[in-house]
Design a protein around this ligand. Structure first.
Ligand code: KG4
Ligand code: ZN
Length: 397
């Protein structure tokens, strides 16, 4: 089966063509996966500007489609598209509609069925791409998914009814009824984790999107401090971050609460407060951040912002996994591209004896390949007769 998928829920215009081989244990191969980013356009606003994003999607979709088709070279391989999948939520409504309308026209023109896809579910199922062996060796218990992106921070229980492994319960036709059995058990009460990265980066005068900018500055800080330590002293290296000359400490919001919810707006406020206290009323001005001390301060603040977010995400996810008797953690969303987060989750899962699945970095952020995979599983379910429409607040479940 060949699926063409379209994703326009936020500021990326993405189209992918994915081939699915095998019924019992399907394998997904990406024939093309094009993402046209609008980051540069939105950078000056420090966030996504919906009407501008919509206009860009309209402009980009035909170009991205052409590229995706060319790269997939279906004709040469004697392949034909069987269905079209499109994100119908959650996301920015004008952006979602642009993708849906484009997909509808295409489905009419090509006489192909159109399948709506939940963006959050797609972030979870991105983990299946290129991992035919994923089914093997997983536990029979339910899995805990953590979705961390610019718009969402959710802990989702993926309930496994089947006796088989959790992922085979998604895949195996005999136990397909457990696929799509999700329950949100925790989520952010205000800002999403990615949003917190973006907003605090803005306070520090760093570029948009804030996640990669903060991660880069934090890594630089760690490297600089490591250079000051004598070579070969591994133990000392480990201690260097906290022994930095600039001592910054931020809260870990809700970390000790018994629920699985998050709150990141307080963290943003704490950063703003500390920066204002140190540098006066104004945010870091180029003049200040240009000084050695200012630059050092920003880098150290980045280390602390990143660590605060990671600490809370790991603590709550591990707690949920233990409480629900799960053995598997599945990560997804743009924030999971963060190296430190990936490393520290691996460490935490290793010491707790949990399986961890993180998508490859290019599939962590928004893409249409994950929409194709989810569209495939959706197509196996009972079809809804309702017309495909956008739902900005679409819930997984
Ligand atoms: O999943 P995604 O591409 O789009 C949404 O569905 O929102 O996630 C985008 C978010 C942004 O907030 C961005 O700052 C964050 O992911 N992000 C990162 C990193 N790369 C992207 N956050 C932390 N570290 C990164 N390396
Ligand atoms: Zn996303």
């Amino acid at each position: 089966m060949i699926i063409l998928a379209i994703e326009t829920s936020c500021d990326d215009t993405a189209i992918a063509i994915v081939e699915i081989k095998g019924q019992k244990n399907p394998r997904f191969s990406i024939l093309s996966n094009i993402v046209s980013s609008q980051v540069k356009l939105h950078a000056k606003y420090g966030g996504v500007y919906p009407s501008l994003a919509k206009r860009e999607h309209q402009k980009n979709l035909p170009i991205v489609l052409k590229k995706a088709l060319r790269l997939a070279s279906l004709k040469r391989k004697n392949l034909k598209i069987d269905l079209i999948a499109v994100t119908n939520g959650p996301g920015l409504e004008p952006c979602l509609w642009t993708g849906i309308n484009f997909a509808k026209e295409l489905s009419k023109k090509m006489r192909l069925p159109l399948i709506p896809v939940n963006h959050i579910e797609a972030h979870i199922l991105a983990n299946l791409i290129g991992r035919p062996a994923l089914v093997v060796g997983l536990s029979t218990e339910p899995a805990i998914c953590l979705i961390v992106s610019g718009g969402h921070t959710q802990i989702i229980l993926m309930k496994g009814k089947a006796k088989r492994t959790q992922f085979s319960s998604l895949i195996h036709p005999a136990s397909r009824e457990s696929f799509g059995n999700y329950k949100i058990i925790g989520e952010t009460r205000d800002d999403a984790a990615g949003e917190c990265f973006d907003k605090t980066a803005r306070i520090l005068g760093l570029s948009y999107p804030g996640g990669p900018a903060i991660a880069k500055a934090a890594a630089k800080s760690a490297r600089e401090i490591i250079h000051r330590v004598r070579p070969g002293r591994t133990k000392m290296k480990m201690r260097t971050q906290s022994s930095s000359p600039i001592d910054i400490s931020l809260p870990r919001p809700m970390i000790h609460q018994k629920n699985y919810d998050f709150s990141f707006s307080g963290l943003k406020t704490a950063v703003l407060y500390q920066v204002n206290k140190k540098y006066g009323k104004a945010l870091l001005r180029p003049a200040k951040s240009g000084t050695t001390e200012g630059r050092q301060y920003i880098k150290q603040m980045c280390v602390e912002i990143q660590q605060s977010i990671i600490d809370v995400l790991i603590r709550k996810t591990i707690k949920a996994t233990k409480d629900y008797g799960a053995k598997t953690i599945i990560l997804g969303g743009g924030v999971t591209a963060n190296n430190e987060l990936r490393k520290q989750f691996q460490k935490a899962c290793f010491s707790s004896g949990f399986n961890l699945f993180v998508p490859p970095k290019n599939l962590s952020a928004d893409n249409a390949a994950m929409i194709a995979v989810t569209g495939y599983f959706r197509s196996l379910r009972k079809k809804s007769k309702k017309a495909v429409g956008a739902d900005a607040n679409l819930q997984i479940g």
